[in-house]
Design a protein around this ligand. Structure first.
Ligand code: ZN
Length: 64
């Protein structure tokens, strides 16, 4: 089972600083670009010791 990162901010208009996400593995917060947000590029956690590396389309939002 895979976990999607949590979107804390965004998506924004900027390509490079498109959304602020939180790693579901360790809680590390990082900015991702639009390709990562839309699932065409994988998201890799940069925190030392965390091996989270997955691809998700974060445009889909769960309905409340
Ligand atoms: Zn992590």
């Amino acid at each position: 089972m895979t976990d999607k990162p949590v979107t804390l901010k965004g998506p924004l208009h900027s390509f490079e600083w498109h959304a602020l996400i939180q790693c579901p593995g360790c809680g590390f917060k990082a900015w991702i670009d639009r390709e990562q947000f839309e699932g065409s590029v994988s998201i890799e956690c940069r925190r030392h010791g965390c091996d989270y590396h997955e691809t998700h389309d974060l445009r889909e939002r769960e309905e409340a």
